[in-house]
Design a binder for this molecule. Structure first.
Ligand code: GLN
Length: 220
């Protein structure tokens, strides 16, 4: 499999927040496409595994043969970003459950904040990613409760890690794609080598509107 040649990023399109990630990647000026099959991974520099429901995603990944295909593409150099359920799938350890991809040395505790009603917004500085504080949307998120030596912590909050990375994988337990902020998408695009490292760009999309009930808003 050829990885990275096209300068294109993909968003796994089986279930969850697919469209919002695609829109954000396009807003930062990156070519992006939905990925529904193993063939869709061809040539990608990076793949986002979106939030949604990790058990559902894991079953669909197996059903479509994408679990093995993503592992092969990763072995060939594909970069990965898991948001929320995506981070759960990428973790090497999943408290009380069997890990799925096991590609990044972190332990996740699924649904550690409680029910869907315990979802919340925060605003925090993630200094590796942006100069200004970033809005963070947690939707029945997991907690990252351990990170191995190969992993850099990007955001530690209270008793858990909220964002981390290793050389080729980024994980966030929150959803930047549900906020107007573009910093994490720009960060991942740079990690994948599809945006210039020193390029600038607006922190916020001026045209972003909270069309979806899930999206972050200061006014809710
Ligand atoms: N609670 C979901 C799970 O365990 C994750 C939620 C999300 O992706 N926002 O898979």
């Amino acid at each position: 499999m050829i990885v990275g040649g096209s300068g294109v990023l993909g968003v796994l399109d089986l279930q969850g927040g697919v469209q919002e990630h695609l829109e954000h990647l396009r807003r930062v000026g990156v070519a992006a496409r939905p990925v529904k099959s193993a063939a869709g991974l061809e040539g990608l520099a990076g793949l986002i595994i979106p939030g949604g429901e990790s058990t559902c995603l894991s079953r669909l990944l197996r059903l479509f043969g994408l679990d093995e295909a993503i592992k092969r593409a990763y072995a060939a150099g594909l970069k990965l970003w898991g948001t929320c359920a995506g981070a759960i799938l990428l973790a090497s350890e999943n408290v009380g459950e069997t890990p799925f991809f096991g590609l990044i040395d972190i332990a996740v505790d699924r649904n550690a904040f409680g029910s869907q009603l315990d979802s919340f917004n925060r605003e925090m500085l993630v200094s590796a990613v942006a100069k200004e504080p970033i809005p963070l949307t947690f939707i029945r998120a997991p907690k990252i409760v351990r990170a191995g030596e190969s992993v850099q912590v990007l955001l530690q909050l209270d008793d858990y890690i909220a964002a981390a990375e290793n050389e080729r994988i980024l994980v966030t337990v929150f959803h930047p794609e549900l906020t107007p902020n573009l910093a994490f998408h720009r960060y991942f695009a740079r990690k994948c080598g599809v945006l210039p490292v020193n390029g600038d760009g607006a922190a916020l999309d001026p045209n972003w509107t909270p069309q979806s009930w899930m999206r972050f808003s200061h006014h809710v």
